[in-house]
Design a protein. Structure first.
Length: 198
């Protein structure tokens, strides 16, 4: 037997677990199991009826397992990643195109001697020893070659690399290293002598 602790009415064991009068949860009552089921008399003229009615309960919800996956979030993340890859690709393309375009146009010379250098290689051009014969020249090319002319014709002296304002020259004939230092945009020092841009 089950009993309502609020109104003390009793109900059979197969009755719903809540009191139909006050919705209080029913408790098992061993002492009440010997008592008859409480009947409530209806209003005049009707036969007595039991006062519990079947109730419907919602189905229990699962409380385990992973929550459903939101596929919309994955699409957004994928679109963001693809967008970033495109932006970086376009940026790198523009960078390399403008870099290669500027080095090919800014190193061009006018007339017989180079008057300008490239932004990436300030040594490029022809240099004349300060206070000496203007035919005595040094010339640094964009492709890393170093030429000298002491009035008898230009000859390849070696190759060079640039690190900041210093050029390291590896000579061809006697395979030793020399250094040229850029003192300004128009002055370079090589082997103790100063040269100015021609």
């Amino acid at each position: 037997m089950q009993r309502c602790p609020t109104c003390n009415r009793t109900y059979p064991d197969d009755a719903p677990p809540f009191c139909p009068q006050d919705a209080t949860r029913l408790v098992n009552d061993a002492a009440a199991s010997n008592l008859p089921t409480t009947m409530v008399s209806p209003s005049y003229g009707n036969a007595p009826q039991q006062q519990y009615a079947p109730q419907q309960y919602p189905a229990p919800q699962q409380q385990w397992g992973a929550p459903p996956v939101n596929r919309g979030g994955n699409k957004t993340l994928l679109l963001v990643i693809v967008g970033l890859v495109v932006v970086v690709g376009v940026g790198l393309t523009v960078y390399f195109l403008t870099r290669s375009g500027s080095s090919s146009t800014s190193g061009t010379s006018s007339g017989s001697g180079s008057k300008s250098s490239t932004a990436s290689n300030p040594f490029v051009g022809t240099w004349v020893m300060e206070g000496q014969d203007p035919n005595n020249t040094l010339r640094f090319t964009e492709d890393g070659k170093f030429y000298e002319n002491w009035g008898v014709g230009e000859k390849l002296r070696g190759t060079y690399t640039v690190n900041g304002n210093r050029s390291t020259i590896t000579t061809v004939s006697d395979v030793h290293t020399e250094y040229a230092t850029l003192e300004s945009d128009n002055r370079v020092k090589w082997e103790g002598d100063s040269y100015i841009r021609k």
